[in-house]
Design a protein around this ligand. Structure first.
Ligand SMILES: [Zn+2]
Length: 168
């Protein structure tokens, strides 16, 4: 992942847009490593919305819990996590949780199916970004180096695992 956010150990999994920081409980507090990675992917997916990365619409505004923009951001994060779990080959252990979580947020967007389609395409973009598969043309800033994005820093899932193992 180019330009990744910082991580800190916490009692819950979260992403703070104002500090561009991901909090993750220790791996031992999860039932399985698959659940740990699914959760880490979800929070990393949130971080792709930051102005330094994909600069998603409404990301900078504080989103209130239960609002449409909040539901959409949760959908994007969870769909991204599901895609990355599939790529990592761990989806069989995480799919059920993911599907249950997605169902909750999709129910809130019933009135606007366009939001769902838009969330799916943004999730694809987030997954591509995390994997380092986006070209400069697809990024929000014309000159990625100036936004601190180093496109040559491709992301590998095993590198990420190494990162998590050494971070705590
Ligand atoms: Zn979330």
């Amino acid at each position: 992942m180019p330009n990744p956010p910082a991580f800190e150990q916490s009692d819950k999994a979260w992403y703070s847009p104002s500090n561009d920081l991901v909090g993750m409980p220790a791996r031992g507090l999860f039932h399985s490593s698959e659940e740990y990675y699914a959760s880490a992917f979800h929070e990393l997916a949130h971080s792709t919305g930051h102005v330094k990365r994909l600069h998603r619409e409404n990301f900078d505004n504080p989103v209130s819990f239960g609002s449409e923009s909040y539901s959409k951001e949760e959908l994007i994060a969870e769909m991204t996590a599901a895609m990355l779990c599939r790529i990592a080959g761990i989806e069989q252990k995480t799919l059920e949780n993911s599907a249950a979580y997605l169902k909750t947020w999709i129910a809130r967007l019933k009135s606007d199916s366009r939001l769902l389609v838009s969330a799916a395409s943004q999730a694809q973009k987030a997954a591509d970004f995390i994997q380092g598969n986006l070209t400069a043309r697809e990024l929000p800033c014309a000159r990625p180096q100036l936004c601190g994005i180093n496109l040559s820093q491709g992301f590998q899932l095993d590198e990420l695992q190494l990162h998590f193992v050494t971070a705590h």
